[in-house]
Write a protein that binds this ligand. Sequence first.
Ligand SMILES: [Zn+2]
Length: 469
Amino acid sequence: MNKDGSINLAKITSKKNNFQSPILFLFILIITLFVLVNIFLMTNFLVSYVDFEKCTKANEELKKSKLPVPTTNCELNIQQKFLYLISNNNIGSIAENNLRKAKQDLQEKINQERLIQDQIKHNLKKLMIEDNYFSTINTNLTGIDLLEYESNKTKALKEKLNQKLDEIEKELKQIEDWLQQFQDLELADFYNEFLEIKTNTASLIDNYSRILALKQKLKIEIESQFFIKNPKSDITSEDLFRFRYFDPPEFKQVFDDTKWNLENVLHKTDKPSLSGNTAVDEYIFALAEKRGYRLTPQANEQILVGFGEKRLQPLAKQAFENMRQSAEKEGINLILVSGYRDWNTQKQLFWSRFQAHSISKNGVQYSFEDILTGKADKILDEVLQTTSVPSYSRHHSGYTIDIKDDSVANFILFKDTRGYEWISANNYLNAKRFGFIPSYPAGLTNMGPNPEEWEYVWVGVDNLIYTNS
Ligand SMILES: [Zn+2]
């Protein structure tokens, strides 16, 4: 067989085939691997390219949005690319995710802003700085709204400042009132200190604590001086400082302001006949009004209560009784001379006095024609100095009293008595603390009659005290 060349050849061929087969296999394997790697790299490249485009696009969007979010680095190394590929992720979606997240963050911030704005609106309403303005706005606050808010805030501050100044003015007025009221006490030092403070209005706010301290000092001074001078008085420390000071026109005003609101009075504004002649009546009523007389409400007579032979409103009766007892503690005996008076009594009183005065001055009575031509003006005015026409007397209300003390026979002499001194001291403090004021105090003209030291009218304590203290 070895001699046969074919066999050898075959052998050789077979040997050759055995030798070449693993190399070829290796070769083919290498080629195949090479091709696979290339395919992998090509796919990778293509995917990366698509990713790169997405990534760039997302970055551009991010830049346009001007959000404070960094852009994604679109170039990644081969391992990262491979990882993203097998995890079914890519660079484009990372950038997209960033953008989405940034948008979400922004939305959250906007929501928070809205909450804050709602809170501000709520607070504004609560502060009453804005009534309707912000409640009608449904959109977000704009720059204009904020400016408005600022200006409102400034306005509110100004109002607060004005309120403070008002407060200070009131404190100063109170001190001034006390100084007037207790002018018989020696308060010169306080007066100077007060004047110094008052003229310095520019720095009122700075002086506020000084004002309060001064007020306190003044209170103590008044209290100690008052009780030294009035050891028997039953006035309380509280009473000393709760009653307002009234000058004569203010006393008149208090009654005019409160008279129609008094209890148990009729709201009648008609007038009774005085002479029986309408023109003469109107002429005389006009003269009375010119002197300052004003219509007075009439009492509901059924409610009136007796005080000896006189009649009074229950509140006035009780107040007079209390005032009388207080005076008694200081040895003063106050006597009620006159109380309620109806229209008819007043009419007779006026007309009879007018006629008596006409006769005593001229020896004759005036005719209606004399009255209407002004001839009786002087006589009428003299009567009006002491006597009211019907429907104008304060006695109609049932709240008015004429008083004297037992040291004099006639109430006209009351002004020179200890009783008058007692009731009128310190701006009528002893009258005010029982709700009475002088009807026609000295120092005022054009109030109707001439001053009447004996007449007082009840208006109630509430109308005579400081309301803010
Ligand atoms: Zn009277």
